[in-house]
Design a protein around this ligand. Structure first.
Ligand code: CMC
Length: 441
């Protein structure tokens, strides 16, 4: 029996599992999670049977145990440390969610004040970083700059980061969460050729980020509180998502004992792809390419055509085969932002709403359970907020940093932790002898 969020601990002991190989029965341990499907333990399979398991894309494989995030893709449930994403997005702030993800519990007022103060006071990056940026081509994509600049942080904090010391792991976590908005804003400013804007410790995380993005030295900048709140909510929605591609990348990189800043840079690289975090940028570009409402059916038809590799960006999810709960909150946030800014009738929004309407009623999308995901709504919201398209995935990276680092910390503290080393199904040439070049036919 599978545990569910409303029925934890269902069934007393997990049913036994066994595998028959060459007529020999192998008994396999089964682990029971707090909630979710039982997990068959195949870790001793190779030792006992000389067989590997094969699971491209890890669709059925758990790589670790974790207490951080739970997803029920069939029911559309997402919990951070047990708390539903809808409640956190409605009532919490990103800083509180960061504390929760890192520490496992919601903070008391004093704990929150202390944490918030620490994050506000680590926002500056070394001045030498400014010069590091000038090595990039002047129009470099901000995600390319993020891969490089976050990786470069490891050079600034290498000797001072002893990952075997729990205190230093906490300091590294605080540093990376604090500095990500600064580096993200710098990546944007460099990309558009404007001077860097230094962080301000009197502003909250999201307001500080918006100011560093949009302020120019020649004019004053007042943070719009509706936009700041929307940004904060977008950060909450993207903060963690259990063992997705980028998080697994951070864990795998970290499993060798690598510097945590370098591990986060690896996560950023993985996030960039259009099947993952890059989908928000790809979704917006797709809406622009569609251009007008009358062209929506043509693009939906292409997405359904088996002979065409085209996909609707911002639709479908590996885990959510019901509605993406983040998408629901994001959709609501989108409408709040449109109302606050009075931007309901733009051609882009009209295309987005028509695409959503047609896809949600189309048999192909219904049968394959392809719903709009968070990236569909975040793209149009960020565009309405004046965030340039090239920065969409960077914002995702800023938000996901807390998830990456919380998962890295958890891995480092896991007594079962060992270097990640998948096996393979080798389908190459068998052993053969080298032939000198002159004797090859
Ligand atoms: N448009 C049209 N068809 C699709 C789409 C789509 N967006 N997504 C999946 N399908 C079809 C796919 O062709 C396949 O059809 P068939 O069974 O006939 O071969 C079926 O649905 C299952 O697709 P899959 O590729 O096996 O599913 P997956 O779990 O490997 O892929 C996905 C998940 C997110 C990569 C995929 O849905 C996709 O490429 N979506 C567009 C990109 C996107 O929006 N990504 C953001 C994900 S949410 C942010 C995050 O958490 O990273």
């Amino acid at each position: 029996m599978t545990n569910s969020p409303d029925n934890p601990g269902a069934g007393d002991t997990p049913p036994a599992a066994s595998l028959v190989i060459d007529g020999k029965e192998i008994k396999l341990d089964v682990h029971r999670p707090t909630i979710g499907p039982d997990v068959v333990d195949v870790s001793k399979l190779y030792k006992e049977t000389r067989h590997f398991t094969y699971d491209p894309g890890f669709t059925s494989t758990a790589n670790c145990s974790s207490k951080i995030t739970y997803i029920d893709g069939d029911k559309g449930v997402l919990l951070y440390r047990g708390y539903p994403i809808e409640q956190l997005a409605e009532s919490s702030r990103f800083m509180e969610v960061c504390y929760l993800l890192l520490n496992g519990e919601l903070p008391s007022s004093d704990e929150f004040a202390d944490f918030d103060n620490t994050i506000r006071h680590h926002t500056m990056v070394h001045e030498q970083m400014n010069r590091f940026f000038t090595g990039f081509r002047r129009d470099a994509h901000p995600m390319a700059i993020m891969c490089g600049s976050v990786g470069a942080l490891s050079a600034f904090y290498h000797d001072s980061t002893d990952i075997t010391d729990p205190k230093q792991r906490v300091i590294a976590s605080h540093r990376i969460i604090s500095k990500m908005p600064t580096l993200a804003a710098m990546a944007y400013k460099y990309h558009v050729g404007q001077p860097f804007i230094y962080p301000r410790n009197d502003l909250d995380y999201s307001s500080n980020f918006l100011r560093m993005l949009f302020k120019v030295p020649t004019a004053s900048y007042k943070v719009n509180q509706v936009l700041s709140r929307a940004m904060d909510r977008i950060f909450i929605l993207h903060a963690d998502h259990e063992q997705n591609a980028s998080t697994s990348t951070v864990r795998l990189a970290g499993s060798s004992g690598a510097n945590p800043f370098a591990c986060v840079a690896a996560g950023i690289a993985s996030l960039w792809g259009p099947s993952h975090g890059g989908a928000n940028e790809a979704a917006l570009k797709m809406l622009e390419e569609i251009g007008t409402v009358d062209r929506v059916p043509e693009y939906v038809a292409r997405a359904k055509d088996k002979s065409d590799a085209y996909r609707l960006m911002g639709f479908g999810h590996r885990v959510y085969k019901n509605y993406d709960p983040r998408a629901r909150v994001m959709q609501q946030t989108a409408h709040e932002v449109f109302d606050a800014l009075g931007v309901r009738e733009t051609p882009l929004l009209k295309v987005a709403m028509e695409l959503e309407r047609i896809a949600l009623g189309d048999d192909y999308f219904i049968e394959k359970k392809l719903y709009p995901n968070i990236d569909f709504y975040s793209g149009i919201t960020l565009r309405a907020m004046g965030i340039p398209t090239s920065m969409f995935t960077v914002l995702f990276a800023v938000a996901r940093t807390v998830g990456w680092i919380a998962q890295w910390k958890e891995m480092m503290e896991d007594p079962e932790q060992k270097i990640g080393r998948p096996r393979q199904l080798y389908i190459g040439a068998p052993k053969r002898d080298y032939v000198p070049i002159g004797e090859r036919s």
